[in-house]
Design a binder for this molecule. Structure first.
Ligand SMILES: [Zn+2]
Length: 300
């Protein structure tokens, strides 16, 4: 869909990961690459059909599999990401087979999708693992091939186009280690990657919760009309503020339990956020998020 003149968003079906593109005189800047190659090819074909222009570069907002497993479909152009995204992929995936990483084992795939601590949060013996297992049960996930970013930056990177200035900003760890936001100054559009999940309860995984809340405060200071989340429909800064409040409420509820001497297991059972109970995924993810927040706040 077109979200501003020459700015496109590809909204993942059923809340799957989003992608986008920015039209420039030298071709398209694609933003994120979808969760497997078949979808990435559909995304790229849709871009060509819509604009008739070639892709000149792919930007990865962060390292997670659902945003990078399609990189390989864009490996003929430069792939730009934050230094920490490349470092994370190198650390998590080890040595490459040729130019790309090839992942076939379930544990590595799941860690790259849900965070490195997923098996500490949801042990393999936990019945809740069933949901995670089905999440990547499509044949498209049998062998995941990841092409690495070919160009990286620290802090920020700017595209100065004739009619637009595109800022790639890194403000520190948040949803993961290398989250960048793509801000189009004149169009007043921002691609937030997974700093925002719209229409579902967030997944904390191995996030830096305080960092995430701080980064969103920074987003709220920008002059922005359209916000493209990492998952869910395009929205606005009001929704960013609501989502940030949800993270704060979750953090504060867990902090209160810790202060009262409540054990981790008791907190997982007893900490509830009834005001958010109707949001999709709340029932399944809130207890896991409470555990993640408890360990984060305790520094364990
Ligand atoms: Zn993510």
């Amino acid at each position: 869909m077109t979200v501003a003149d020459g700015v496109y968003a590809w909204i993942g079906a059923g809340g799957d990961s989003n992608a986008g593109a920015i039209d420039t005189p030298d071709g398209l800047l694609a933003i994120d690459a979808q969760q497997y190659q078949r979808l990435a090819r559909q995304f790229r074909e849709a871009l060509t059909a819509k604009t008739g222009k070639p892709v000149r570069m792919l930007i990865d907002t962060h390292c997670h599999l659902d945003h990078t497993a399609g990189n390989v479909v864009f490996a003929d152009v430069p792939i730009l990401a934050h230094d920490k995204t490349l470092t994370a992929l190198e650390t998590y995936l080890g040595s490459k087979s040729g130019a790309h990483w090839t992942i076939t084992d379930y544990a590595t795939k799941l860690r790259l999708l849900f965070g490195q601590n997923i098996f500490e949060l949801v042990p393999e013996s936990d019945p809740a693992q069933a949901w995670f297992r089905q999440r990547i049960s499509l044949p498209d996930y049998d062998t995941v091939t990841i092409a690495p970013p070919t160009e990286t930056f620290a802090d920020r990177f700017t595209f100065r186009l004739p009619k637009e200035t595109v800022h790639l900003n890194y403000w520190g760890p948040a949803h993961c280690d290398g989250d960048i936001v793509v801000h189009l100054e004149k169009s007043k559009v921002i691609f937030l990657g997974d700093l925002l999940f719209y229409g579902r309860f967030p997944w904390l995984g191995d996030c830096d919760l305080n960092g995430w809340i701080d980064r969103l405060a920074r987003v709220l200071t920008l002059d922005v009309k359209v916000v493209i989340p990492g998952h869910g429909k395009p929205t606005d800064l009001q929704e960013v503020a609501r989502f940030r409040t949800m993270l704060i409420d979750l953090r504060d509820a867990v902090a209160k339990a810790i202060k009262a001497g409540v054990s981790e297991e008791a907190a997982v059972r007893e900490v509830h956020l009834p005001q958010y109970a109707d949001i999709p995924r709340y029932k399944d993810w809130a207890p896991i998020d409470v555990r993640a927040a408890y360990r984060y706040l305790r520094g364990t």
